[in-house]
Design a protein around this ligand. Sequence first.
Ligand SMILES: [Zn+2]
Length: 313
Amino acid sequence: MIAVVHHPNYVTEAPARSTYRWGKNGAIRDLLRAEGEAIAWHEPAPAPRPWVEAAHDPDYVAEVLEARVPREKERRIGFPVTATVARRAQLVPAGTYLAAQLALRHGFAANTAGGSHHALAATGAGYCVFNDLAIAAVQLAAEGKRVLIVDVDVHQGDGTAALTAGHPDIATYSMHAEKNFPARKARSTLDVPLADGTDDSAYLAALGATLPALIDQFAPDLILYQGGVDPYAGDRLGRLSLTDNGLAQRDLLVAKHALARGLPLASTVGGGYGDDVLAIARRHVDVILRLGRAYLTRRQDAAPSFASPRTGA
Ligand SMILES: [Zn+2]
């Protein structure tokens, strides 16, 4: 079975004045439900406030949790932070953390939301309220884990890089379209900027030429994977030219390098934009299923233990 983290409150009505398509999480849930017994469902509790404050400015955390985010920040985020949105924002980072814990136990787990990589210390941005990747990584690092965040969303993981910069036990990898949002890039541990229109073969060559060395150099205990599907050629906000097969090869290449080193991997969703919400949800679910199956196949082949020696669990 594939461990999947989901919470009913991930699925919310679109707040007024929202430029974000909110139907995606419900469609992801439904597509995974259709997989029946193949999925083992897990539900997170809201993230403890100190976890969120370990990554974000406490004043901004208060603004979100009390649903009084200034309009200027809401404009940067792309939607108003209502009480419903705030509740969701506190759940999603806990979901990414729970997926990481499940991955440490089983090899792989997925959060059906998250990948909110643009959220910065004192404000959200680009449809991201709290940065679940940074919050989860900082908490995991506090528990003694070394975390590599691999972000292959078409947009740079600027918030994640900024929130974890200088942390000795967190490294960030971002492969993205150089000319895409955000205009001002942060510095990840390793950035791989790509030219507009990059296709499958050039993309996969760049990934294969850069990621393995970083994994070996940093020697993480686990990988958090932001598997945005917006590098897809038809994406409204992407600038790259990947096919569905290219996305599949991307995920499998990351899984191959993680599995070869016995590394657990927890995935989040991420970007994916366009009018056909169901098609985008399908791509997110395909990421989860192909990673989950890659780990299941490997476990049956070799039965490696994914429990870290440091946890003893
Ligand atoms: Zn994106």
